[in-house]
Design a protein around this ligand. Sequence first.
Ligand SMILES: C[S@@+](CC[C@H](N)C(=O)[O-])C[C@H]1O[C@@H](n2cnc3c(N)ncnc32)[C@H](O)[C@@H]1O
Length: 311
Amino acid sequence: MDNFHQPVLLKETITLLNCHPGGIYVDGTTGEGGHALHILKTCPNIRLLIGIDRDEDNIEQTNQRLSPFKDKYFLVKGNFSEIKKIISHLKIEAVDGVILDLGVSSHQLLSPSRGFSFLVDGPLDMRTDRQQKTTAGNVVNEFSKEELKKIFWNYGEEKWSAAIAQRIVKRRRETPITTTLELANLVTNAIPARARPRKIHPATRIFQALRIAVNDELTHLEKCLPEAIDVLTPGGRMAVISFHSLEDRIVKTTFREHSRACICPPRIPQCRCGHIPKLKLLTKKPILPTTEEISQNPRSRSARLRGAEKI
Ligand SMILES: C[S@@+](CC[C@H](N)C(=O)[O-])C[C@H]1O[C@@H](n2cnc3c(N)ncnc32)[C@H](O)[C@@H]1O
């Protein structure tokens, strides 16, 4: 096995996408190129694969990895929430498939300097796009106690959000919190020993919540999905892998809303909305990884794949 990020639900995603010769596909979260490479290998006659990622390092690394397919792909450092603008810059009007595999890649997670991990020491950074100004350090040291509590509760569902926010505010009055291990220890100590989770590191939820907040992940997803649906050609497909219940809810709701024939409020007896469905759902329930995949790649355990087809 190589050092690259192991793509999650790979076979299932490629099957959903149903690539065909001559088609144009967008991988909105190219990462380390796992899904992209598989698309190019299994369907070498596609016209183009457009790969988007916020992270320059991942774009550079993937460029080398995909180089044997040099005329078949084009990589863009950008945000998937700008998918319409990105493809129109390439003078493309519609695409045949879009894939999103949300979150962060292994290289990002394991690089101490990126500051995503509570297991290795590094600066409190967590930006997927390093041109962005706000880092996790800014959030932890500058946001109010109430704001921190809200982030920890909303994005991490952390029961001890208030105690952790309180501990952070108290510490930063003495000295700023600058490293990942400093924050991880502080979080652990803010949770009473008897209440600390046993199966995961006590700081897991807080790091996840901070990452979502720093990168404004849910806002970008909410903006991207309707744009992606718009740019799909009839019969074109979308496949989205999420790792967090809030992400999955956004995907589920957006797909549902765009697949319903009527969006009138339930109290209205006769439809007046004239809504035209744009999507057909391909997955009524999300596709989950098999126990075999989870045992080979524990990171896949919370993955959920949903798919839809443009009508
Ligand atoms: C789970 S990884 C994707 C892994 C990839 N499928 C592979 O097999 O290597 C998620 C990637 O999405 C990128 N990303 C997250 N949010 C993004 C956004 N709003 N726009 C573009 N890229 C984003 C991250 O930088 C990261 O590289």
